[in-house]
Design a binder for this molecule. Structure first.
Ligand SMILES: Cc1cc2nc3c(=O)[nH]c(=O)nc-3n(C[C@H](O)[C@H](O)[C@H](O)COP(=O)(O)O)c2cc1C
Ligand code: SF4
Length: 689
C-alpha cells in the first residue's frame, strides 16, 4: 500500500545543526542493560531500528568518566579508545541503514555511588546518594568543575571519533547538570550558584565547549525538563524554566524536552496515556528557533502528525514505541498501519534496566535477541519442512507461536477452548488500567487473519485423543495457568482456610465472582495483579485492605516504574495498605495476619479474601500426551509446552516462549549451547583435561 499523504509530514527531512535527519522519527536515548558489557548485542539491536526507518537512533546514557558509574546497572561508557571501538559497531550499522546516530553523554553526580569504580562521586553540593546507597557526594570545587568540563569535552571528542552525528548534553533526570540548574539542589554561593545566570553557567559552558570541540561535525543536543517541579498531572509548574530555557534557547542545535516527573514521562499505560507531555510543551517551540523533540509513547500516526502540525514538536521522540516496533516508521511509510505492533505501556523493557539484564519487550520478543540468537522483528527464516503445527491455547504464548510459525510458512492450526482469543491478556485487559494490554492479542490476531496457512478454531477444548487424531507433525501446548487458592510459604504450598471457607483468586474476580463485604487482598505475587484487583474491588463499592508480606506494596512493580505510583494511587482510592505482614488463616469472618519481623499476630475483620499468590500450570493435556508417548515409546509428532503452561511468569515470557518455539521449529538447536554468549574473551586456550 502506498503511504497515506496525511502522514507525509512525518517523512520530511530536517536539518539539525550540521546534520540532516531523513525523517521525523527520533529514537530518544534509552538504556538496554547491555551498555559497555555487550557492544555487539546493542549494536545489532540499534541497527534493526535504523533498518526499520528511524531517522535518528540514540544510545543509552553514556558515562563520560569512571567518576560517574551506575553499576550494577550496565550503561554505555565512553572512557577510552576501547569504548570508541565498541560504539563504532553501532554507528557503522546505523549509518549503513541511513539513520543518524546519537549519543547521550552522562555524568550522574550524587545519583552515582560509583560502587564499582570506588571513586568519590561529585555533585553541586554534598548530597546523599539519589537511589539510597549510604554514600554521599562531595561538593565540587573549582578544580572539580574544570575536571568535569575536560572529561565532558574529551568524551565528546571520543563520540565524534566513534562516528556519532548527534551528541547530548544531558541536563535532566536529577543528574549532575540538572542539579546545577535546580534552585533547590544548587545551594552554592560561588559563580555557579544563586541567580539564574550562575546556575545555568555550567550547562552553558558545557554546551559551548561541546560545540567548540565537535560542533562543525556533530549536532549538539540538550535534554532539558520543561517544568520546574512535579505538580498535578497535566498542570505544569513552569516556574523559572521558561526564563532559563530562553537564556540558552539558541545555544544547542536541538532541544530534547521532557519533564520533571519521570513517572509521567515514562509512565506505564496503567496510569499514563499517549501524548501526556503535550500540556507541558505548549510554550517550548515559541522560545527557540532550534528543532525540538519530545516524547509521549506515540504509536498513532495521527497523533504524531497532530504533534507536528500543532507546533508542539518538530520530531517524534520515542523510546518504548521503537522497542515494541523497530519498524514503526517503515510501516507508516508503506501504508501498513495494521502491522504496527503497538507498545502496551507495561514498562517491562524498563524493568530490565532496573534488574541489570538485557532489555526485553512484551510485544516484541526479538528485542535483545538480534545478535545473540539472530532474531529479527520482521524477517524470519522460511519453514524447514511442510509440517502441520497444532497450537493448543490462544493466550500470548500460543498466539505468538501461531503467528511466528505462520510467518515462516508452516501450516498452522490454533485451537482455543473458549470463544475468545487472548487467554490471560483478554482477561487481564478488562481490569482497571490494563486496557492497552489487549494490544498483545490484537496485533497477533490481526496478523493471523492475513495468513491463509493458519486456521483458528474457537470453542475447541481438545482431549489427548483429539490431538492424537489431528494428524499434526508438531504439537505445542500453551494452555496457560490458573491462580492457586493456597500459598507458598517458602518451602511448600499450604492451605490458608478450611475447605468450607471461600477463598477467591484473581481468576474468580476476572470471572466476575466478587467477595461480599469488607475484603482483604493478600498479595504475595508483588507485581501488578494485587494492586489492580484492589482498585477493581474498591471501585466495585467494597472496603478493601491490601496486605503484602513485602516491605511495600507491589515491590516488583518498582522495576517497571509502575510502583512509584501504586501506593499513592491506591490510597487515593481509599484502599487500606498493610505491608510486612504474612497471612496465617482466614475463617470467613476475619484474616489472621502476622508481622514479618516480630511474628506478632493480629486479626483483621473481613468477609472476603482474595489471594494473589502463585499459579498452577494448566498442563493436564501436555502430561496426558507425554504419558502416551512414554507408554508407546514415541509420539507421531513432536510435543512441547510453552508459556505459563510450562512455567508461569510475566506476559513477556509467554510471548517470548511462543516466538522461540516457532523460531526453533525444524532447526537443529544445540541445547547445550543454545545462543551466542557475548563476553570478554581473553583468547587463551585452557587445557581440556
Ligand atoms: C527502557 C528505557 C530506558 C530508558 N533509558 C533512558 C536513558 O538512558 N536516558 C534517558 O535520557 N532517558 C531514558 N529513558 C526515557 C526515555 O528516553 C523517554 O523519555 C521515555 O521513555 C518516554 O518516551 P516513550 O514514551 O517514547 O517511551 C528510558 C526509557 C525506557 C523505557
Ligand atoms: S516492554 Fe511493554 S512498555 Fe516496553 S516497549 Fe514493550 S510493550 Fe512497550
Amino acid at each position: 500500500m502506498p503511504r497515506d499523504p496525511r502522514y507525509d509530514t512525518l517523512f520530511q527531512p530536517l536539518k539539525i545543526g550540521p546534520v540532516i535527519t531523513r525523517n521525523r522519527f527520533y529514537q530518544v536515548p534509552h538504556c538496554t542493560g547491555m551498555g559497555w558489557a555487550r557492544p555487539r548485542t546493542v549494536a545489532e539491536m540499534r541497527s534493526v531500528k535504523a533498518q526499520g526507518g528511524w531517522g535518528v537512533v540514540c544510545t543509552e546514557y553514556c558515562s563520560i568518566h569512571p567518576a560517574s558509574d551506575d553499576q550494577l546497572h550496565i550503561s554505555a561508557s565512553l572512557w577510552d579508545d576501547g569504548d570508541i571501538r565498541s560504539h563504532r559497531l553501532m554507528t557503522d550499522k546505523v549509518h549503513e541503514h541511513g539513520a543518524l546516530a546519537g549519543l547521550e553523554l552522562w555524568f550522574g553526580g550524587s545519583h552515582s555511588a560509583n560502587l564499582a569504580t570506588r571513586l568519590v562521586s561529585m555533585d553541586v553540593a554534598s548530597r546523599p546518594n539519589g537511589v539510597g546507597h549510604p554514600f554521599q557526594s562531595r561538593a565540587m570545587d573549582k578544580s572539580d568543575i574544570r575536571d568535569f568540563r575536560r572529561w565532558h569535552r574529551n568524551a565528546a571528542l571520543r563520540a565524534k571519533a566513534a562516528g556519532f552525528d548527534i551528541v547530548y548534553v544531558y541536563a535532566t533526570h536529577g543528574y549532575l547538570l540538572a542539579n546545577f540548574l535546580n534552585p533547590e539542589t544548587n545551594t552554592r554561593s560561588d559563580e555557579y550558584g544563586g541567580n539564574l545566570e550562575n546556575r545555568t553557567r555550567l550547562v552553558r559552558e558545557v554546551i559551548e565547549e561541546t560545540k567548540e570541540a565537535i560542533g562543525g561535525h556533530c549536532a549538539v543536543a540538550v535534554r532539558f525538563a520543561a517544568d520546574e517541579a512535579i505538580g498535578e498531572e497535566g498542570c505544569p509548574i513552569i516556574g523559572e524554566r521558561r526564563e532559563m530555557f530562553a537564556m540558552m534557547a539558541e545555544m544547542p542545535d536541538l532541544w530534547d524536552i521532557n519533564i520533571a516527573d519521570y513517572s509521567l514521562e515514562m509512565g506505564p499505560s496503567r496510569f499514563i496515556k499517549e501524548g501526556a507531555l503535550e500540556p507541558y510543551m505548549k510554550w517550548v517551540r515559541s522560545v527557540t528557533t532550534k528543532p525540538v523533540v519530545t516524547v509521549g509513547r506515540f504509536t498513532s500516526p495521527d497523533t504524531m502528525v497532530r504533534m507536528l502540525k500543532s507546533g508542539v514538536t518538530d520530531l517524534i521522540g520515542a523510546a518504548r514505541p521503537s522497542i515494541a516496533d523497530p519498524y514503526l516508521p517503515n510501516k507508516i511509510a508503506e501504508g501498513r498501519l495494521e502491522d504496527i505492533r503497538e507498545c502496551i505501556g507495561c514498562n517491562v523493557c524498563y524493568s530490565d534496566n532496573s534488574l541489570s539484564v538485557p532489555i526485553r519487550c512484551t510485544q516484541n520478543p526479538t528485542m535483545g535477541e538480534e545478535w545473540r540468537r539472530g532474531w529479527h522483528p520482521e524477517k524470519i527464516a522460511e519453514r524447514g519442512s511442510d509440517s502441520l503445527v497444532l497450537v493448543v491455547g490462544a493466550g500470548p504464548a500460543g498466539l505468538e507461536a501461531a503467528r511466528t510459525a505462520g510467518a515462516r510458512g508452516y501450516r498452522v492450526a490454533l485451537a482455543e477452548a473458549g470463544r475468545v482469543l487472548g487467554g490471560r491478556v483478554a482477561r487481564e485487559a478488562s481490569l482497571p488500567g490494563l486496557s492497552e494490554y489487549i494490544r498483545v492479542r490484537d496485533y497477533r490476531v490481526q496478523q493471523l487473519h492475513k495468513m491463509p496457512n493458519v486456521d483458528v478454531y474457537l470453542d475447541s477444548r481438545l482431549t489427548a485423543q483429539d490431538v492424537m487424531d489431528f494428524g499434526a507433525d508438531h504439537v505445542v501446548i500453551a494452555t496457560g495457568a490458573r491462580w492457586r487458592r493456597d500459598l507458598y510459604d517458602g518451602k511448600r504450598f499450604s492451605p490458608i482456610a478450611d475447605d468450607k471457607t471461600t477463598v477467591l483468586t484473581p481468576d474468580d474476580i476476572m470471572d466476575g465472582r466478587l467477595p461480599v463485604g469488607p475484603a482483604v487482598i493478600f498479595d504475595a505475587d508483588g507485581y501488578y495483579m494485587g494492586g489492580v484487583l484492589a482498585e477493581r474491588l474498591q471501585k466495585g463499592g467494597l472496603a478493601v485492605t491490601l496486605v503484602t508480606p513485602a516491605d511495600r506494596v507491589s515491590p516488583w512493580a518498582m522495576n517497571t516504574g509502575e510502583g512509584w505510583r501504586v501506593p499513592s494511587h491506591l490510597m487515593g482510592l481509599g484502599v487500606e495498605l498493610i505491608a510486612a505482614h504474612g497471612l496465617k488463616w482466614f475463617d470467613g469472618a476475619s484474616v489472621t495476619l502476622a508481622c514479618q519481623h516480630s511474628g506478632r499476630e493480629r486479626a483483621l475483620p473481613a468477609t472476603g479474601l482474595v489471594v494473589v499468590g502463585q499459579r498452577a500450570p494448566v498442563d493436564d493435556l501436555f502430561h496426558a500426551l507425554h504419558n502416551q508417548g512414554e507408554a508407546a515409546g514415541v509420539l507421531p509428532f513432536t510435543l512441547a509446552r510453552i508459556g505459563d503452561c510450562e512455567a508461569p511468569a510475566i506476559i513477556a515470557a509467554a510471548t517470548y516462549a511462543g516466538h522461540r518455539y516457532a523460531q526453533d521449529l525444524d532447526r537443529a538447536v544445540d541445547i547445550d549451547l543454545p545462543m551466542q554468549h557475548e563476553k570478554i574473551d581473553v583468547g587463551a586456550m585452557l587445557p581440556t583435561q
